[in-house]
Design a protein around this ligand. Structure first.
Ligand code: PLP
Length: 351
């Protein structure tokens, strides 16, 4: 691994006034793939890079990314949460998008080194972390629709506070009945750039109507899929339900962690298809008492209001429910090295 040192370090932002994704750290990790092989991994100063206007990612959307976090607790212990799962998922996205896979152990080592170098950029406190964005793009300068022969992998980092509203306030979610995010056989299971570009219009329209995010349904607008950048869970008659991995939903790492943790605490967790009509019926008759999104950025984001066809429905009295609270505390505790890591999810960064 090569390391190129900066002359001077950047001024850090006020960690009490963080805006998600705005402030990049001093360094980035980079590795290029040319004609069949990855080159040397380099940690170098964070900077713009030049791309040909003909680069394939700019024309055909051949780009994938991940979102992971590094945490620092009050004792100064630095941890990564399920980074192997992120890198394995990135390789799956790479296969779906006809891009090269990489050696997970090697990239994990590079990320550990990057986080260790950037340790002063990791904010301490509830909901705070250093967000890691591993990315891969097709860089071959051609507009021919062909197999790409040049790719760039890089990882950038930014200090973040809670995304969306955090655990203490609730989201207002609109059920999306016009647009769809993905379909079976498409790219919904891949974390590829096009999925997000295609989702902004729905999100903006929902925001104009006063909602934080949309709840995506399947291609026939019948079954519940996921929330903007989170998987979704609800508590019905005391049992936790989450949409089954249908082929068009992202295999969320926090979804998997939440299922494991809740089952470990004795909850029944069912992965099944939920008809939106049944979900609304359960909201109206009060058997659905809690709903929340789970994902890396927000960890656990409770939903207080669900909007559908111009009407708003309150969930659980628009209050944060006990399952959301329990899950948030467990996840935070494990991620920040405060609770035992029973499932082997945490990597401690040696300092
Ligand atoms: C569309 C979508 N669904 C679900 C998730 C949650 O996945 P994870 O828990 O791995 O962050 C994300 C965030 O990555 C996402 O973008």
């Amino acid at each position: 691994m090569k390391f190129i040192k900066r002359e001077t370090l950047k001024q850090k932002p006020d960690f009490n006034q963080l805006v998600f994704g705005k402030y990049m750290t001093d360094y980035m990790l980079e590795m290029d793939w040319d004609n069949g092989a990855w080159g040397e991994m380099t940690i170098k100063p964070y900077a713009d890079f030049s791309l040909s206007p003909a680069s394939m990612v700019l024309h055909y959307g051949q780009g994938i990314f991940e979102g992971a976090k590094a945490f620092k607790n009050e004792e100064g212990k630095i941890t990564l949460f399920r980074i192997d799962a992120n890198l394995n998922r990135m390789n799956k996205s790479a296969i779906r998008m006809s891009m090269p896979t990489f050696d997970v152990e090697q990239v994990k080592k590079g990320i550990e080194q990057l986080v260790s170098i950037e340790k002063d950029w990791i904010p301490v406190g509830e909901g705070k972390a250093l967000y890691l964005r591993p990315t891969m793009i097709a860089t071959e300068p051609t507009i021919g629709v062909k197999t790409c022969m040049h790719f760039k992998f890089y990882c950038i980092c930014c200090p973040v506070a809670s995304y969306l509203t955090g655990i203490n306030s609730l989201c207002k979610i609109m059920i999306e009945d016009k647009y769809v995010r993905a379909c079976v056989g498409g790219t919904g299971e891949a974390k590829c750039v096009g999925n997000y570009g295609a989702s902004f219009l729905a999100m903006e329209e929902a925001k104009k109507k006063g909602y934080n995010q949309v709840l995506w349904l399947d291609v026939n607008h019948k079954y519940v899929e996921e929330v903007g950048t989170m998987n979704v869970m609800y508590v019905i008659n005391g049992e936790v339900v989450t949409p089954a991995l249908s082929g068009s939903i992202l295999h969320g790492i926090n979804r998997d962690s939440a299922i494991t943790l809740l089952r470990g605490k004795g909850y029944t967790v069912r992965e099944e298809y939920t008809d939106i009509a049944d979900l609304l019926k359960a909201v109206k008759d009060g058997s659905l008492t809690e709903m929340f999104g789970v994902g890396t950025a927000a960890i656990v984001s409770p939903v207080g209001v669900l909007g559908y066809e111009g009407k708003d429905y309150e969930i659980g009295g628009n209050k944060v429910g006990p399952v959301s609270k329990l899950l948030f505390e467990e996840m935070m505790g494990i991620q920040r090295g405060k609770l035992p890591d029973k499932y082997g999810w945490v990597t401690e960064i040696k300092q």
